[in-house]
Design a protein around this ligand. Structure first.
Ligand SMILES: *[C@@H]1O[C@H](CO)[C@@H](O)[C@H](O)[C@H]1NC(C)=O
Ligand SMILES: *[C@@H]1O[C@H](CO)[C@@H](O)[C@H](O)[C@H]1NC(C)=O
Length: 228
């Protein structure tokens, strides 16, 4: 009986998993820090925050702090020396994971693009961030930007082939989300029954069927069966 129950549960689970992989959506929150000194131990200061409320739609909200004159001076010095502007992104995902990425572009390209850049966030099939990269196409110039504010284009990307429904990573993700929920930092507050009824109901039905077929008269199992 136990084996049948497990088999039915697995069946139910794989249907549930594949169905939900396609429906699944999550969010990402990023804290951006940047550095204008191209040294081995760069000093990072706050650049802003990006929140992606739906990784399926790629909808993002970008809040950034404009550059001060001293930052512009540093950026131009960096450009003259052929140095790289560095960005650090701390990415939190809806599963509760937190990962820090480093990325850099040539400082002169940022000047050439008037502080316009693209930030690409790469996700794996379980929607976990695997890479973040900053891109600024250039041209390379040493002239100061005509603005002090960033224009950042945020894109959510998937490795070749796009998001592949992948049961193993998805189950792993569900486990991580459950752990995150236990710590109380995600929003899925549906009750245990609401989420897992599809596993519990077949089990209960089987249990009832099995009990009906093999009435067991244990000690205290009731007067009726005891008199057989
Ligand atoms: C970014 O978020 C952090 C914490 O979530 C907050 O302290 C900081 O002020 C935010 N920065 C901006 C530019 O909104
Ligand atoms: C879950 O929480 C949200 C707000 O935090 C609330 O609006 C919603 O009714 C809650 N759902 C359940 C099933 O408790």
């Amino acid at each position: 009986m136990y084996i049948t129950y497990v088999a039915i549960c697995l069946l139910g689970f794989s249907e549930f998993t594949l169905g939900n992989e396609l429906d699944y959506d999550g969010w990402l929150q990023m804290r951006l820090m940047h550095s204008f000194d191209d040294s081995p131990v760069p000093k990072f200061i706050e650049r802003g925050n990006i929140s992606i409320s739906s990784i399926r739609l790629g909808a993002s909200n970008v809040v950034q702090i404009g550059l001060q004159d001293s930052h512009i001076t540093q950026l131009k010095k960096l450009a003259r020396n052929g140095g790289k502007y560095q960005l650090k992104a701390v990415v939190r995902s809806s599963s509760g994971s937190e990962t820090t990425f480093l990325t850099s572009v040539l400082a002169c390209h940022l000047l050439g693009m008037d502080l316009e850049d693209s930030l690409n966030v790469w996700l794996d099939s379980a929607a976990e961030p695997v890479a973040v990269n900053l891109v600024s196409r250039g041209p390379c110039t040493m002239e100061g930007p005509s603005t002090k504010m960033w224009t950042t284009n945020v894109q959510v990307k998937y490795p070749d082939g796009g998001p592949v429904p992948d049961t193993a990573t998805y189950i792993h993700k569900l486990e991580k989300e459950r752990e995150a929920r236990e710590r109380g930092d995600t929003k899925d507050n549906r009750s245990f029954l609401a989420k897992y009824w599809m596993f519990i109901v077949p089990g209960l039905i089987l249990f009832v069927l099995m009990s009906a077929q093999n009435p067991e008269g244990g000690p205290g199992g009731g007067g009726g069966t005891g008199q057989r």
